[in-house]
Ligand binder design. Structure first.
Ligand code: NAG
Ligand code: NAG
Ligand code: NAG
Ligand code: NAG
Ligand code: NAG
Ligand code: NAG
Ligand code: NAG
Ligand code: NAG
Ligand code: NAG
Ligand code: NAG
Ligand code: NAG
Length: 775
């Protein structure tokens, strides 16, 4: 092979150097030559012509010569040798270094690998350990869990037993109490009419009859005095004794036709008065609209008549008055309010009734200033001490001057509903009438402090003013100076009155009534000094309706100081809370309280009930009281007569049930705006509260005809019933069951939005302050 290669080399060299014209032939010749000469002759130049061969020199020998023109000897110098050595050693070093580096890298890699492996091993180890731990923990948890479930189950069992026990006990108690309640109410229903007597024994009709017949005559007479004319006539038919009793003249000295005004006719009046005319002292014909000449004629025959009320008698005019004035010389009281009398009657008054002391001309619009002159002329009404001119807007300053001239002894002055009343009118009066003690000016917005200056000479004991924007603290200052005996101050809705004014009347000693309703600037700063003042312990009535600045501080002070307070009104005093109301619970004098619209809750209500003396309670619009609070309150308060819990939509039947159960003396109940009330509660109420006079169930949308039936059966005394927005009460039922009531209101409209719920009792989200117009 090597030989072949060698020959190939020789052949190729030959071809390259010789550059034969025909290479194949050349190659053939040379190959032959080679084969003859044998392989030994194989030199690289054997195929080259010897002529050319001389030019060829072996590079190995001559290479450096040809390059540098140097001999071999010349080449091998010491420098070169050193260089070569240096080069050689460097190469060697490089080689070694590389090898060393390689070795190190190798070792490093190895180390890293082992490290990595070690780390893995550690992780693995840890993992294994954790696994073991977890396994063990798992087992422990399992065991524990089982233990726990076992324990829980046992506890649950125990708890269930206990709670079951409690529930059973409660159920038992509830069952017992409801059994009692049921029995109680059944008993009441059974007693029916006779149930009204507070007695435990069964009262049958027979026993009642015996008892009433065996009453002493004087007692019976007293009872008859409270019976109206129609019923008196019925009583007369019961028995001979009763008939005789109804003929006792003492019953006929005071005749009230007003109580049967719808049935009264001339004939009846004439008959009665003809028979009893010498005895009649007092006659009330208020609102008897169908009287004519014959009646008035017989009135004039009652020579001893002292007190005559002709208010709202539509048939009355100057002519009828003339007839009356022909008799009755001893008349003391005359009420002509809401009639059509004119100047003529005033003239008769001064002529025919010289003793007249009390006169009401309220809302008589047809007389004039000039007519009032008659009061002073002739014999005149000089003895008049009481005068009511309410609503007589036709009277001017001249008229008042005329009154002052005629009636200088006036003590009580009533001028309500007269927007035209000015300070000058009062000045004209006060000039001559220095004995005025009591003034009532409701709805006179033009009066000012000047009025009080004019009245400074009078020793006022009563002042009533309402809806006035001009009266200021100055009036209070005048009062504290000039009216040391004042007992009654009513300054409602006077916006200019402030705490400072109230402070000024603190030294007054005899104030019994203080009404500052709607004086919104009044607050603790006035109430506290006043209550601490001289009248605090005397005060009987305090009305702070809408005084939002009054807080618990005042209420606590009131509770501590006002030991004689019987009436307290804190309606809409939003800043009064349980803390204040609880203090009131200690007041044994308090009988009537209105805390509607305050933020009172069950706690306060319970504390309030503690004294057990409360007879009248208003807690309308109190969102924070519940059935439970009312139940607690009722338990202690057996004497409750008046209970208004309207617009508390959270209250349910339980409230009314509690009322019915504990408070049998209720006469006035208002549950308007409580949509959860059902027929059931009315059943309770009707069964237990037979004295009920007034009931408002407006907006109790669940009530049906049944409720009316219960009321009809149970509450025989009911006079006023309001059932607005009760669509499930039918017109027929209203007609059937409320015919005997004095007044009823019913409609089946949807509840208005301000009630806060819709026709199905669903709560409406927006909140608007309910109006109290329904009350
Ligand atoms: C009226 O009753 C009283 C009290 O019972 C009695 O004293 C008087 O005699 C009676 N009068 C007549 C007229 O019967
Ligand atoms: C007369 O009856 C009316 C209506 O019942 C009542 O309001 C009034 O107080 C009675 N008057 C007297 C003097 O009894
Ligand atoms: C009728 O007038 C008299 C005085 O004249 C009074 O006492 C009585 O209360 C009046 N009655 C009514 C129902 O107003
Ligand atoms: C007169 O009658 C009216 C009712 O019509 C009553 O309010 C007023 O008190 C009576 N006045 C007197 C003095 O009786
Ligand atoms: C009485 O009053 C009428 C108006 O009602 C008036 O026209 C008349 O002049 C008055 N008469 C006297 C004498 O005052
Ligand atoms: C207290 O004031 C309010 C609001 O003016 C009124 O409705 C209420 O009748 C007053 N109470 C008394 C007892 O006058
Ligand atoms: C409280 O009222 C009673 C009875 O009305 C009276 O005797 C007593 O003097 C009054 N107390 C005060 C401090 O005025
Ligand atoms: C009273 O209540 C009103 C809002 O109802 C509040 O603006 C006022 O600050 C309160 N006053 C006091 C003294 O708490
Ligand atoms: C109520 O009165 C009792 C003693 O009569 C007293 O101990 C208690 O503190 C009073 N409570 C309040 C709230 O004033
Ligand atoms: C009812 O009580 C809650 C707290 O108990 C109070 O935030 C809320 O103002 C109270 N509502 C009224 C109307 O007072
Ligand atoms: C009330 O009346 C409505 C229809 O006006 C009726 O659908 C509903 O059942 C009635 N509810 C009761 C309790 O009778």
């Amino acid at each position: 092979m090597l030989i072949c290669c060698f020959f190939l080399q020789a052949l190729l060299c030959g071809v390259i150097v010789m550059r034969p014209e025909d290479p194949f032939i050349f190659l053939e010749e040379k190959l032959k030559e080679i084969m003859e000469k044998g392989p030994d002759a194989g030199l690289w130049y054997m195929c080259i012509d010897p002529s050319l061969r001389t030019n060829l020199k072996r590079i190995a020998e001559t290479y450096l010569n040809t390059l540098f023109g140097l001999d071999d000897e010349q080449l091998v110098t010491t420098e070169l040798c050193a260089k070569a050595l240096h080069f050689y050693s460097r190469n060697l070093m490089k080689l070694y270094f590389r090898g060393w580096i390689k070795y190190h890298l190798l070792r490093k890699n190895k180390r890293k690998k082992t490290e990595r492996k070690m780390a893995l091993a550690v992780v693995h180890y840890k993992f294994r350990i954790i696994r073991v731990i977890i396994q063990k923990w798992n087992i422990w948890v399992q065991i524990h869990k089982e233990k726990k479930t076992l324990a829980t189950r046992r506890l649950q069992q125990i708890f269930n037993k206990i709670s079951l026990n409690a529930v059973l006990k409660a159920w038992h108690a509830e069952a017992c109490s409801s059994l009692k309640t049921k029995a109680y109410f059944e008993n009441l229903v059974k007693k029916g009419q006779e149930g009204c007597f507070d007695s435990n024994e069964d009262l049958t009709y027979e026993s009642v009859k015996c008892k009433t017949s065996s009453l002493p005559e004087e007692a019976l007479l007293k009872i008859f005095r409270y019976v109206n004319l129609v019923d008196l006539a019925r009583c007369a038919q019961v028995s001979q004794t009763w008939m005789l009793l109804t003929q006792n003249s003492s019953l006929w000295s005071d005749i009230n036709f007003s109580s049967v005004k719808h049935k009264i006719q001339d004939k009846i009046v004439v008959n009665i008065l003809q028979k009893w005319r010498p005895y009649v002292f007092r006659l009330n014909l208020r609102g008897c609209y169908s009287l004519h000449w014959p009646s008035f004629k017989s009135i004039s025959e009652c020579k001893n008549l002292q007190d005559l009320n002709l208010s709202e008698c539509q048939g009355l005019n100057d002519d009828s008055m003339r007839i009356i004035s022909e008799g009755c010389p001893s008349l003391l009281y005359l009420n002509l309010s809401y009639t059509d009398i004119t100047n003529g009657t005033l003239r008769l008054l001064s002529r025919s009734f010289p003793n007249l002391q009390y006169l009401s001309l309220a809302h008589c619009r047809k007389f004039t200033d000039k007519g009032l002159q008659y009061l002073g002329s002739g014999r005149g009404c000089h003895k008049l001490i009481y005068l009511d001119l309410s609503g007589c807007i036709q009277i001017s300053v001249d008229g008042f001057r005329n009154i002052a001239n005629g009636c200088s002894r006036i003590q009580d002055l009533l001028i309500n509903d007269m927007p035209t009343l000015t300070d000058r009118c009062i000045q004209a009066l006060a000039e001559k009438c220095q004995q005025i003690m009591s003034v009532v000016f409701l709805d006179s917005p033009h009066l000012s402090d000047t009025t009080f200056r004019a009245l400074a000479e009078c020793k006022l004991v009563k002042v009533s003013i309402e809806g006035n924007n001009r009266i200021t603290d100055v009036s209070f200052k005048l009062m504290s100076k000039c009216c040391p005996y004042i007992r009654h101050i009513h300054m409602a809705d006077c916006q200019k009155i402030t705490d400072a004014g109230l402070k000024m009347i603190a030294p007054l000693k005899y104030i019994l009534v203080l009404n500052l309703a709607d004086c919104i600037r009044i607050g603790d700063g006035g109430i506290k000094p006043f209550v601490e003042g001289s009248s605090g312990a005397m005060l009987r009535e305090l009305n702070l309706t809408n005084c939002v600045r009054v807080t618990d501080a005042s209420v606590t002070e009131i509770a501590q100081r006002c030991h004689n307070l019987t009436y307290l009104n804190l309606r809409y005093c939003e800043n009064v809370t349980d803390a204040g109301i609880e203090a009131l619970g200690n007041m044994s004098s308090l009988i009537s309280i209105d805390i509607s619209g305050t933020s009172i809750s069950d706690m306060g209500l319970r504390a309030l009930g503690c004294s057990g003396k409360i007879k009248e309670l208003s807690i309308s619009e109190c969102q924070n009281i519940s059935d439970a609070g009312i139940q607690k309150f009722c338990q202690d308060t057996k004497h409750l007569e008046y209970c208004h819990v309207s617009y508390c939509p959270q209250l349910t039947d339980e409230t009314v049930k509690a009322l019915a159960l504990h408070c049998h003396k209720l006469t006035s109940v208002n549950i308007a705006g409580c949509p959860k009330m059902t027929d059931l509660c009315i059943e309770y109420l009707a069964a237990a509260c037979c004295y009920l006079h007034f009931l408002d169930v407006s907006g109790c949308i669940r009530l049906t005809d049944k409720a009316l039936k219960y009321l009809w059966k149970g509450c025989k005394q009911l006079q006023i019933l309001k059932m607005l927005y009760c669509r499930n009460i039918t017109k027929q039922a209203v007609l059937k069951y409320t015919a005997k009531l004095e007044k009823q209101e019913h409609n089946d409209a949807d509840p208005p939005p301000w009630l806060g719920y819709d026709r199905n009792g669903k709560h409406l989200t927006f909140t608007k302050k309910p109006k109290s117009e329904l009350e």
